[in-house]
Design a protein around this ligand. Structure first.
Ligand code: ZN
Length: 320
């Protein structure tokens, strides 16, 4: 049977338990050498009836799920892999209700599955942006609360206190035609924002922002120009349309598809949206649905999220 290219293929292909298992194992250990996730030993015996190994090093059994986002999950790969396909490829995101219906699991289970999958969508350390000469767009947005649809100028009049009160502030850097890096921030001061920018953007780049005050000292490091929204929305190449498009995709996912986002979970939703954005098909990047799925699958190890980690946070309130 040919490897899946579409969601429909994936559902059919992974419906076979052993085939789904073999596929997951091949991505977990791509060099073909299965090693014990507890002790690193590669001497073991495989118990085919139970799809697990007995390690000769630590004398314990391990499954393909140990040490991954799937650890301790009773859900089989026949459901995990189609769910992974959906979240890797649905441009506007996928809700726990849709996954629940599509895979025949409860909505609570689907919610937990999606959050574990998001952990595998986190990007690793990236090279700094702007090295190729593309301009950098910098902007911020509010998620949740009444300010979510407000224009920046109005926000500044209405929200006089700094920081997030009933909403989260997300700071975003986008390399035009390239990658995006958003980060939730506690407040909008230069002390918060500038180190993030300097960590991700090469010195001397063109940086375009709106007129936010926190960016005043950027000209020491960058060729900083800003858009004056009150005068004109787009002044030639000085605009922040790219990052604003990213915000609208993010918010479409959050408002249209997902039911509620708590501040603690926002970083996970950002990881998800960044993954699809940075791995979209572009001129220099010929990626398809199958590639994106395999990328997520190759990142499942070492990224386990426990139920306690997901739900044990107190003090976070729903913001939608
Ligand atoms: Zn071992």
């Amino acid at each position: 049977m040919k490897e899946p290219r579409t969601l429909q293929d994936a559902i059919i292909y992974f419906a076979d338990q052993e085939r789904a298992f073999v596929y997951a194992v091949n991505w977990r250990w791509p060099d073909g050498i299965v090693t014990c996730p507890r002790c690193g030993h590669d001497q073991h015996s495989f118990i085919k009836t139970r799809l697990l190994w007995f390690c000769k090093g630590c004398k314990k059994q391990f499954t393909a799920k140990v040490g991954t986002i799937f650890e301790d999950s009773p859900i089989s790969f026949t459901k995990w892999l189609p769910a992974m396909w959906m979240i890797a490829n649905c441009k506007n995101g996928i809700s726990s209700y849709e996954v629940s219906r599509a895979l025949g699991v409860t909505q609570k289970t689907a919610w937990f599955m999606l959050h574990r999958l998001r952990a595998a969508m986190q990007s690793g350390p990236a090279i700094k942006m702007g090295g190729g000469g593309a301009p950098i767009e910098v902007d911020e947005t509010f998620i949740g609360g009444k300010a979510k649809n407000m224009h920046v100028a109005k926000r500044k009049r209405v929200i006089t206190r700094r920081g997030a009160h009933d909403k989260a502030v997300v700071f975003g850097i986008l390399e035009r035609g390239g990658r995006v890096h958003p980060a939730t921030i506690p407040n909008r001061t230069a002390r918060t924002v500038e180190p993030i920018l300097k960590a991700h953007v090469e010195d001397g780049c063109e940086v375009f922002t709106d007129e936010m005050t926190g960016y005043n000292s950027l000209r020491e490091t960058y060729l900083h120009q800003f858009v004056n929204h009150a005068v004109t929305y787009v002044e030639g190449k000085v605009h922040t349309n790219g990052i604003e498009n990213f915000w609208s995709l993010l918010k479409r996912g959050l408002l249209g598809t997902y039911v509620a986002v708590e501040p603690f979970h926002l970083d996970r939703y950002l990881d998800e949206q960044v993954f699809r954005c940075n791995n979209r098909r572009t001129k220099g990047q010929n990626l398809n649905d199958s590639d994106r799925f395999n990328m997520v699958l190759s990142q499942v190890a070492g990224k386990r999220l426990t139920f306690a980690e997901l739900t044990g946070k107190t003090g976070s309130e729903a913001i939608f």
